[in-house]
Write a protein that binds this ligand. Structure first.
Ligand code: THU
Length: 137
């Protein structure tokens, strides 16, 4: 693990970040799975970006909540993600799926701090030996 996730997250208002994720979750479009997801993250300039899952009648093209979040990050000025939370339909912390860990790695790198059901973790701990931009020439 790179760094100490608990220490790295100490100065962050996780209650506010979780509230933003829950609000986004309330707007999820998940009529097929019935499984609503909301995410929120802080960018390195202090702004908050959010996302919710958006499913599709063609099941395989449904969008995870993290897709919306990274799109909002880019569309509102880019930057790096520093702190992240994902919640389920009850508003409880949820682990991001494997594909979305890769999305988060692109914009947060190994030191991104995540709130999980088991406490705070760095992305490095949740996606060890990640493939990333550093591997491309
Ligand atoms: N889902 C997300 O939005 N993010 C995740 O990290 C886990 C899964 C969504 C995809 C699908 O709409 C629903 O949860 C059930 O898998």
């Amino acid at each position: 693990m790179t760094g100490d996730a608990a220490a790295a997250g100490r100065d962050v208002d996780w209650d506010a970040l979780r509230a933003a994720a829950r609000e986004a979750m309330s707007r999820a479009y998940a009529p097929y799975s019935g499984f609503r997801v909301g995410v929120a993250a802080l960018a390195d300039d202090g702004r908050t970006v959010v996302g919710c899952n958006v499913e599709n009648a063609s099941y395989g093209v449904g969008l995870c909540a993290e897709c919306g979040l990274v799109s909002q990050l880019a569309a509102t000025g880019g930057g790096r993600l520093t702190h992240f939370v994902c919640v389920d339909g009850q508003g409880a912390p949820l682990v991001p799926c494997g594909r979305c860990r890769q999305l988060l790695y692109e914009f947060g790198g190994p030191d991104l701090v995540l709130e999980t059901p088991d406490g705070f973790r760095t992305l490095d701990a949740m996606l060890p030996q990640a493939f990333g931009p550093q591997h491309l020439g």
